[in-house]
Design a protein around this ligand. Sequence first.
Ligand code: NAP
Length: 295
Amino acid sequence: MSTKKHVLIAGASGYLGRFAIKEFKERGYYIRILVRNPDKIKTAGPHGEPAVYDIADEIVVGDVTNPDSIKGICEGIDLVFSSLGLTAPDPKLTSFDVDHLGNGRILEQAIQEKVSRFIYVSVFNQDKMADVPSIKAHELFVTDLKASGIPWTVIRPNGYFSDMGRFFSMAQSGHMFMVGEGEKKINPVHGADLAKVCADGAEGICREIAVGGPDIYTFREVMEMAFHVCGKPVWITPLPMWLAEGGLMVTGIFNRNLADLLSFAVEALKFDHVAPAFGTHHLQEFFAELATKNE
Ligand SMILES: NC(=O)c1ccc[n+]([C@@H]2O[C@H](COP(=O)([O-])OP(=O)(O)OC[C@H]3O[C@@H](n4cnc5c(N)ncnc54)[C@H](OP(=O)(O)O)[C@@H]3O)[C@@H](O)[C@H]2O)c1
């Protein structure tokens, strides 16, 4: 019988989840992962997240919206890590279904199995965006987790390099729209740096850990850097906030789920997102890697 600690990683095929697999493996854990599509993790992801198929010790194929598919997921597990969440619009599912209820189904089993800790990845600045549906769903789960009786850690990252990668893709197309003036600040974090903080959360008192990266930029500076790194002239068209909000209202009439997810992107641009700095990876180097990948 293995003496290694067993960790369940949910959200394992995602940007952060894959770095978490690598980090926990390097720390000597036995790794069980939950994925919907194992083929997806056989190759590296679009933002440099690693292929992890061969790193996992055990792969469970399941979907948290289908309770039967995740039955027994926490059997023999010491620690649960979840970065599972709805981050792209789905025609049938809402953040409430996935972030709150879906993670809740894993939590129920973690309680039954008396796991020693549950680490959950929520978001930074949650109080300033409390009415955004995806934030509400994350925080409903945080409330349940804290009340569960299981030791917990809540990670609160501000923005991932993968998210900044979207600006890079737009810069490559030669043009981007910017909601507002782009003067708000953020210090985004690389998945590998964030995964270290997450794994550190396996020990110690129950706590919330706010996490950002080493460099602070305005959103406009991030966009300009993306144009510079891909060798294109800066072409940014500002959109007034009222226009973006009006667009969201109209989108909501036709597609509620899409509008709910986009509302996070618009709301987030109204505040600074400067969180305590961790890590050693720099955004400029990340953009340079994306540029060489696309050559
Ligand atoms: N990106 C950011 O800047 C940022 C900042 C702060 C907080 N966060 C939060 O951090 C978490 C992780 O973010 P990320 O960028 O790593 O997200 P991601 O790349 O989209 O990964 C989400 C993961 O959840 C899985 N998932 C979604 N629905 C599922 C379902 N019904 N059943 C099983 N698995 C399901 C996805 O599986 P598939 O691969 O099959 O889709 C994927 O593995 C999210 O909760 C996000 O809100 C993100």
